[in-house]
Design a protein around this ligand. Structure first.
Ligand code: NAD
Length: 306
């Protein structure tokens, strides 16, 4: 049941709802003289970002295995549009052009894609932002098991996360793959050929070259997916940052985590289907929330060691 409905159906005598803005765990007596306290998840609507970030910092500091799961929203502050926000990619491009079927079938679609990539694509001049750096800092503090990302922009690695701790479910646009022989080539090398060729082909087998990002209708890289599922099922804190959680199978990861007993935190500008399962939901920019959270973690770790 959605939490707001749950609250409306419950009486104020059963629990005290404080109008703040997070889901949190609050002990409440079940009857007037009860010494047994039950715990209720409450939605508290607050705009107090500092308070919410401090709650998340406490959760990270107290957790043993923290997984961060990112979507396009973590990179919008780097100038890369997401898909579903107003002005996002779907308002400017036809989603059909991002299906593997159309890419393989239509030379016209391939031509358009290479043209777009030649003009800088979606990732042009993108640099990591404050959220990426704050996530990388969590790894340096020893509080990050891994990042599972839907992004193809390489910005987590550029911000300082170790490559072997970043699981890219949807590939990486730094690479181009031949659909014939499977060889991979650096994107920059192929882009240089676009001065003289409209649609470059494989230098070995003349097969179709495709950016090494997963298109709709295409299978995810199996080993990466297996690792992501393993870490989701074995973490004790799972933090979603900048994802609508509607693209599958990536969106199963927070479900695996919650079902295995992990606490869930969501930092996203729009509601997601998993909000009612989260202990904290922060509706603010990742680049504002994440540095506060990492700073809170650092202070807690310092006060423990000092
Ligand atoms: P999405 O577009 O469905 O959702 C992005 C979410 O992020 C939205 O709910 C939006 O409200 C939120 N958001 C936007 N800016 C934010 C910010 N600054 N702080 C916090 N939240 C913010 O994206 P998705 O869930 O990642 O799924 C779409 C697919 O698009 C994925 O498969 C991904 O591979 C691909 N994609 C990747 C990139 C990239 O690599 N940077 C860019 C666009 C799309």
């Amino acid at each position: 049941m959605p939490v707001k409905e749950f609250m409306q159906q419950s009486t104020w005598g059963e629990f005290t709802a404080i109008q703040f803005g997070i889901l949190t765990f609050v002990p409440q007596p079940t009857s007037i003289d009860s010494r047994i306290f039950e715990y209720w998840w409450l939605v508290m609507e607050t705009n107090d970002l500092d308070y919410l970030c401090d709650r998340v910092a406490a959760l990270i500091a107290g957790a043993n295995r923290v997984v961060v799961f990112t979507g396009a929203g973590v990179s919008t502050e780097s100038g890369i549009p997401d898909f579903r926000s107003p002005g996002g990619i779907w308002s400017r491009f036809d989603p059909d052009d991002f299906t593997i079927d159309k890419f393989m079938r239509s030379s016209e679609t391939r031509k358009l894609q290479w043209q777009m990539l030649r003009e800088g694509g979606l990732l042009k001049d993108a640099e990591p932002n404050a959220a990426h750096y704050a996530i990388a800092e969590l790894e340096k503090l020893g509080k990050l098991t891994c990042v599972i990302t839907q992004n193809i922009d390489n910005l987590h690695q550029r911000a300082g996360n170790s490559a072997d701790r970043v699981f890219e479910l949807h590939g990486n646009m730094q690479w181009v793959r031949c659909m014939g022989c499977g060889n991979r080539f650096p994107m920059d090398d192929i882009l240089r050929r676009l001065d003289r060729e409209e649609v470059p082909d494989c230098p070995f087998c003349h097969g179709i070259l495709k950016p090494d990002a997963v298109f709709f209708g295409e299978a995810l890289p199996q080993e990466t997916l297996n690792n992501a599922i393993h870490h989701s099922r074995n973490c004790d804190l799972f933090i979603v940052i900048g994802s609508t959680l509607v693209v599958y199978p990536a969106a199963y990861m927070p479900m695996y985590a919650v079902e295995a007993g992990a606490k869930l935190v969501i930092i996203n500008l729009m509601p997601t289907p998993m909000d009612s399962r989260a202990v904290v939901v922060i509706c603010s920019k990742a680049g504002e929330a994440m540095p506060k959270i990492t700073e809170g973690v650092r202070k807690r770790l310092e006060s423990r060691s000092g």
